[in-house]
Design a protein around this ligand. Sequence first.
Ligand code: HEM
Length: 222
Amino acid sequence: MNTPETADTAFSALIRAASQDGHREANTSGFITGLLGGRLGVDAYTRYTEQLWFVYEALESAAARLAGDPVAGPFLRPELFRLTALERDLAHLRGPEWRAHVTALPATRTYANRVRACAEKWPGGYVAHHYTRYMGDLAGGQIIRDMAERTWGFTRKGDGVRFYVFDAIPNPAAFKRTYRTLLDGIRVDDLEKQRVIAECRRAYTLNTAVFRALGEEFPLSA
Ligand code: HEM
């Protein structure tokens, strides 16, 4: 089905436009502004990194199975994978026994479960989550890395901030262009595109809920 909204506009532009409110809400959350403003400590950053591990575990444990899927498969580029980097960061932040100590906040569990459900049953929904995370990490994530290096003295692009370092992507701008081309060529009809966009909005809501929970755990001092 062609809707007037989707008929002529590139899908990458539609999904980007549709997610602007969600983006604003997520990146102006108290937790993120507190983090970027230097008002939260490395313990808050560590807890956030733990939460990311649960989300990427859900995203990337499905990757091998989805690699041959006509809809999700083209997006599964190994140079994006973040789990190994997150694990190195957590070993640095929490010590070699980090696995015994990390826990998912309820909001994180809800988010990871939704990613896993999409990975199992709905490749288009999986693409929505893939886009929301990796394109964000390639863009705004760099601002977090810069802050973390300056504030807590991590080695530039080293342990503690490896999550934000895409070693295998020398030219992020070119990569993002390629990714948008993949979005534009996604092999679904227009109705399904609308569903993917709705799932992207949901992904932002899930992220905002994690930030809210982190904000409750790490309230900003007045
Ligand atoms: C630290 C907070 C954040 C900052 C400062 C930030 C900043 C940015 C910037 C500067 C861009 C590039 C816009 C452009 O290419 O013109 C971007 C894109 C993006 N961000 Fe964020 N962001 C933040 C948080 C988030 C979060 C929490 C998510 C979702 C989980 C997210 C998802 C995205 C996505 C998907 C894009 C790509 C949009 C597109 O080009 O299609 N961002 N962000």
